[in-house]
Design a protein around this ligand. Structure first.
Ligand code: NOJ
Length: 563
């Protein structure tokens, strides 16, 4: 087993610093706040902390618009504090990876300020400038090109106008980025989460994209999601940044639109690109043709088909990441669970479902408490640029205001960004000032203090899942077999490693369910590792040869395979 990299048995915890913990009462989370809460993370048992961007930034996209890659925004603290935090993470036996945004910078980054100074600037070619824009739509609804009045030329930005795209075709850009990454590794960081890293190679012709009927802007995806030089760049970056360096690192590439076949290439260790990718197939299953704000219900069979496909596709070569939540996604318990009556049960069921797949699980702050979406009452409460732009555009094109609010309530990124709920004191213990985004009113019952000593809580359950990954090799290495692929209520699978087999049964619904399994006898003497029927709830009868599952029940069994 020693030939398996350390991160195959690791669990990663994502901190979105602005909303994690505030130490200086300005209402915004900071490094001091994180430091004060590190024991909480150590107690949860996670191996790696992923810090969303803390670099100087105008905060147009809350830090994903970096104006200096080699410093800390005063909002969050200082470099010296960062070094102290890193040391404290290491002292607790954890590692820390930084979020690096390499596809674009802020328009206030000195590189862009220089580039924008005119067509003769030595850094003009560090970004994409054109006299005539193409028809691409940005990810934040607006056109992906903005006119620079000074030079009369347009620059490309796949996200906001304050996030101009770097031109990786220029070798100076690449060398500057590699030097910056080495600088952070020299400081002791343990790796990187790389923002939209599959977008760094673009077809230099920047062709127009397909325009959906009734729309004015085109989709440029085919021209930048898997560009002609993407593998070359990733291999070069890996060589230049990690080559010859002592130590063990983790790299995770965020890759919207990535296919399993592409992911296998990206994560094949022999190719030296990245260790794992974030794929988006499963989180797109409840999007309608209109995109993420076109809200559709989840069909559990589609989730099985998707996860099954990824489990099979990366079984021999490459590695999966596993996630429900992050700072861009709505809270899973509100999305595919039940954030009312069955909040705790559904949060636990969904956690067991995810974490017992093969891959490296990621926990997003508050997910381990079963935190829920925020009950936004009006569009006035939205602060995220993506949600704001979506709402503005939808309203302009005549959408009903109630429908727009519903969509933002279900899908808006602000849901994931409300302050972490530490206790039932004022503002959930997040700050003693005024929180920059309101605390979810359910903090009086949903909070870390209330769950800390309760093994039956969502937090206790996540702790147990982390522990299972650390102690049961079958969770890390086992083969994966999906069961009951056509059942719309029960998610069931087995894992097998050497002489151990796990059976995972999850009722993904608020109604009783029946799991019909072949060779059920094999499991008669199996050990219950997690979950199981709740004696305080009505038991579920089931025909012989099947298992009755209570609403949102999860059950994990382990057996030793004979012979
Ligand atoms: C992906 C990040 O996760 C998201 O928060 C950000 O808005 C975009 N990339 C642009 O950097």
């Amino acid at each position: 087993m020693s030939d398996h990299p350390w991160w195959t048995s690791a669990v990663v915890y994502q901190i979105w610093p602005r909303s994690f913990a505030d130490s200086d009462s300005d209402g915004i989370g900071d490094l001091g706040g994180i430091l004060a809460r590190l024991d909480y993370l150590a107690d949860l048992g996670v191996d790696v902390v992923w810090l969303s961007p803390v670099y100087p930034s105008p905060q147009d996209d809350f830090g994903y618009d970096i104006s200096d890659y080699q410093d800390i925004d005063p909002l969050y603290g200082t470099l010296a504090q960062f070094d102290g935090l890193l040391a404290a993470v290491h002292e607790r036996g954890m590692r820390l990876i930084l979020d690096v945004v390499l596809n674009h910078t802020s328009d206030e980054h000195p590189w862009f300020v220089e580039s924008r100074s005119g067509p003769d600037s030595p850094k003009r070619d560090w970004y994409w400038w054109r006299q005539r824009p193409n028809n691409w739509r940005s990810f934040f609804s607006e056109p992906a090109w903005t006119l620079d009045a000074g030079s009369g030329e347009y620059y490309l930005h796949l996200f906001s106008a304050k996030q101009p795209d770097l031109n990786w075709e220029n070798p100076q850009v690449r060398q500057a980025i590699y030097a910056m990454l080495r600088w952070w590794l020299d400081r002791g960081v343990d790796g990187f989460r790389m923002d939209v890293i599959n977008m760094i190679s673009k077809d230099p012709a920047l062709p127009d994209g397909w325009v959906p009927p009734g729309e004015s802007l085109g989709h440029g995806f085919p021209h930048f999601l898997y560009g002609p030089r993407i593998h070359e760049y990733l291999q070069e970056m890996h060589r230049e940044v990690f080559g010859g360096r002592e130590g063990t690192f983790l790299t995770v590439g965020e890759m919207p639109g990535v296919s399993v076949e592409q992911a296998r290439r990206y994560t094949d260790p022999a190719r030296g690109e990245v260790d794992m990718v974030f794929q988006f197939d499963h989180v797109g299953l409840d999007h309608g043709p209109g995109g993420k704000y076109d809200v559709r219900p989840l069909d559990l069979r589609a989730l099985k088909a998707s996860f099954g496909h990824w489990q099979r596709g990366l079984a021999e070569v490459g590695w999966n990441s596993l996630y429900w939540d992050n700072h861009d996604q709505p809270r899973i318990v509100s999305r595919w669970g039940d954030d009312g009556e069955h909040r705790t049960r559904s949060a636990k069921a969904l956690a067991a479902l995810l974490h017992l797949h093969r891959g490296t699980p990621f926990i997003y702050q508050g997910e381990e408490l079963g935190m829920t979406n925020y009950p936004f009452a009006s569009l006035e409460e939205i602060v995220d640029i993506e949600g704001l732009n979506y709402a503005r555009e939808a309203l302009q094109s005549g959408a009903d205001a109630c429908d727009v609010l519903d969509a933002v309530r279900a899908r808006g990124r602000d849901n994931a960004r409300t302050p972490m709920q530490w206790d039932d004191g004022p503002d959930a213990g997040f700050t003693t000032g005024t929180p920059w985004l309101p605390v979810n009113p359910n903090y009086t019952t949903v909070n870390a203090a209330a769950q800390r000593d309760d093994p039956e809580s969502v937090l206790g359950h996540y702790r147990r899942l982390v522990e299972l990954r650390h102690t049961l090799p079958v969770v890390v290495h086992g083969d994966f077999t999906m069961l009951m692929p056509d059942d719309a209520q029960v998610y069931a699978f087995t894992r097998r490693w050497q002489d151990t087999e796990l059976l995972v049964l999850v009722n993904v619904s608020g109604e009783p369910a029946t799991a019909v399994l072949g060779e059920l006898d094999r499991w008669t003497d199996a050990e219950l590792m997690l979950g199981g029927p709740d004696p305080t709830l009505p038991s579920v009868d089931s025909p012989a040869g099947s298992v009755g599952l209570q609403p949102w029940e999860h059950r994990v069994l382990r057996r030793v395979v004979d012979g």
